[in-house]
Write a protein that binds this ligand. Structure first.
Ligand SMILES: NC(=O)c1ccc[n+]([C@@H]2O[C@H](COP(=O)([O-])OP(=O)(O)OC[C@H]3O[C@@H](n4cnc5c(N)ncnc54)[C@H](O)[C@@H]3O)[C@@H](O)[C@H]2O)c1
Length: 361
């Protein structure tokens, strides 16, 4: 059944496809898709039943849709979200929200001043196991949180790897592993534990600063005679130590170039009494440790993958849009969380470029 509320999407790439599929399932009409690539915008509109398409970004500010989804590379997020909020749209922005701390604060302020509803793409929060972990940590049997640690490992950037916008500092910013995947992990650590990150100390590793570029793909340096040599400054991996509020400590290992790790986000939260751990490649399982009782594994047989997380996120976000205000129990990530994440990512960069110095958030 079609709902009396509508969406528009800017950027018709990979993540936008998942947005469109879920919005359609929810009966939310998509009035417009905008992409600078006309072929992509047209094909997207046809495939997902979008009423209109355009290659002119300004058209997104004229749509009659209630909510606009910003699914472009990150360099465009700030201007687009700012204009959309000022023009009165509700906004869903993919992560990372933007690059600059002051810009992030401006977006959050504008969302409040204009009384608009807003969400950021930290969809991992909506895995069933993650939500159950959060309840468990807040419950009476867990004890105060003491330690939070984990990993986020992917193989996406193992050679041969596409030389896409993620390697362009102007489009993606000065970091890669931290903003692309570390942003999900730190949001999750705060979400599950309820503890805010207060300081970070980080170390970056760029596995191969120069790479061979041929036909849009990158290869190991010196492995492709006749190729162009490109220099990559952003990190393939990062090691980050965290201080959280109330004396909680933590750490994460991030890597975008670990073969065999397709999309492995793991997190373990240790309380004084219990311990809980979860990872994305077995996302329907949650493990709970109790001293002398071994491990108790909860299995959620109908809990699914990536799209299910968007289903959960969009369901609560659009319920708020329909209601006209944010329910106090809504747990989707907002521009506040997006803003905090920008501050955390920039502090990580500052630390990594200053010999791991502790940087306060
Ligand atoms: N939440 C998640 O787990 C998740 C997963 C993947 C990507 N993302 C985020 O989503 C965003 C997009 O990533 P993607 O993987 O879909 O990238 P993508 O390259 O697949 O798609 C980006 C699209 O934006 C279009 N575009 C570029 N400049 C534009 C402009 N000026 N106006 C309109 N369209 C323009 C491109 O033509 C392309 O179609 C990024 O911020 C990324 O970090 C989030």
């Amino acid at each position: 059944m079609q709902r009396n509320i509508s969406a528009a999407i800017c950027g018709a790439g990979n993540i936008a496809k998942s947005h469109a599929i879920v919005l359609r399932e929810m009966g939310i009409p998509i009035l417009l898709v905008v992409d600078i690539n006309e072929e992509r915008a047209k094909a997207f509109a046809e495939k997902y039943g979008v009423e209109n398409y355009s290659t002119n970004v300004d058209d997104i500010y004229k749509t009659k849709a209630d909510c606009v989804h910003v699914c472009t590379p990150a360099n465009l997020h700030f201007d687009m979200v700012k204009n959309l909020l000022e023009k009165g749209y509700h906004v869903f922005c993919e992560k990372p929200l933007c690059f600059d701390n002051e810009e992030a604060k401006t977006l959050y302020r504008l969302a409040k001043e204009n009384n608009r509803l807003h969400a950021v793409g930290f969809n991992v929060r909506f895995h069933k196991g993650v939500q159950e972990a959060r309840k468990l940590v807040a419950g009476p049997d867990f004890g105060p949180v003491k330690l939070i640690h984990g990993t986020y490992l992917q193989e996406y950037h193992v050679f041969p790897a596409p030389y896409d916008w993620r390697y362009n500092e102007k489009l993606a910013g000065r970091m890669r592993a931290v903003t692309e995947i570390g942003s999900h992990w730190s949001d999750l650590a705060e979400f599950i534990s309820g503890k805010r990150i207060t300081a970070v100390s980080a170390l970056f590793s760029n596995f191969t600063p120069t790479r061979d570029l041929m036909d849009g793909m990158m290869y190991a340096p010196g492995s492709k005679p006749g190729s162009e040599e490109v220099t990559i400054n952003s990190e393939d991996a990062a090691l980050v130590h965290f201080q959280f509020e109330d004396g909680v400590v933590g750490s994460v290992v991030l890597s975008e170039a670990s073969a065999g790790r397709v999309n492995h986000l793991s997190i373990e939260v240790t309380g004084q009494k219990q311990n809980v751990w979860w990872h994305s490649e077995e996302n329907n399982r949650l493990n709970i440790g109790n001293k002398n009782q071994g491990v108790n594994t909860w299995v959620f047989p109908f809990s699914g993958g990536f799209r299910d997380t968007l289903r959960g996120l969009f369901a609560t976000f659009y319920a708020d849009i329909e209601r006209g205000y944010a329910d106090e129990n809504s747990i989707y990530p907002t521009l506040y969380d997006g803003m905090r994440n920008v501050l955390i990512c920039n502090a990580i960069y500052e630390s990594a470029t200053n010999s791991g110095k502790w940087i306060s958030i």
